[in-house]
Design a protein around this ligand. Sequence first.
Ligand code: ADP
Ligand code: ADP
Length: 218
Amino acid sequence: MLGPPGAGKGTQAERLHEDFGLLHIATGDILRAEVAADTPLGTEARRYMDAGELVPDEVIVGMITQRISGGDARDGFLLDGFPRNERQADALAEALEQLERRLTAALLIEMPDEALVRRLTGRRMCVKNPTHIYHVEFDPPKHADVCDQDGARLVQRDDDREETIRHRLQVYHAQTEPLIDHYDHAGLLRRFDGNRNANEVHAHIRATVATLRLEEEL
Ligand code: ADP
Ligand code: ADP
């Protein structure tokens, strides 16, 4: 899944996980778990995350390579938040080649920057399960600051502050956006308009993934 911060990658990946049983691998969630557990990796990553910068490639690539080699990834997986630059895309291609697997598609969710700021400042996340995502305006929980699914508290991410958001968007345009051409040239790119409601975006992506799956089986 490709797209700027706040485009809805996590929201859609969770739905596709339910539709197709694909393992959802979100680098941001893995990193935040390391931060919460106070591991050395978490301590290193946190500095970059709080500043809205990318965590060094070495850290991320090792993490992902291990994750996609696991038995639970055998029937397919969705990468959410990786790759985020050309070096990571090359490392992914290499890791997949070694596993004798290949990328089926790059699903791009497009959104203008101004809409993204509103998306991200209103985002709330469950403390117990980071895949439970809400929005104060667009997808509010039934009770303020409480997760509908498990009753845990909802929090705002440290990096979802306007100043950090603006910097993350700059990082996206400078480092991640070139991957759009990269995957377009490889014939893998599929584009979706993220500026629609989550159900509409989901319907479009689900139809595309269903078609891709059928083609794989033929
Ligand atoms: P969002 O989807 O809102 O951009 P993520 O949860 O994907 O946020 O990422 C949060 C932060 O984690 C990023 O700003 C960055 O610091 C770090 N991060 C996540 N994925 C990567 C990656 N592939 N490479 C480098 N840093 C990453
Ligand atoms: P990403 O993983 O790309 O950073 P998220 O899935 O975390 O994005 O979504 C960012 C915020 O926008 C969340 O608060 C989420 O509830 C909300 N959101 C996601 N998709 C939509 C949509 N289509 N319309 C309105 N709000 C959305």
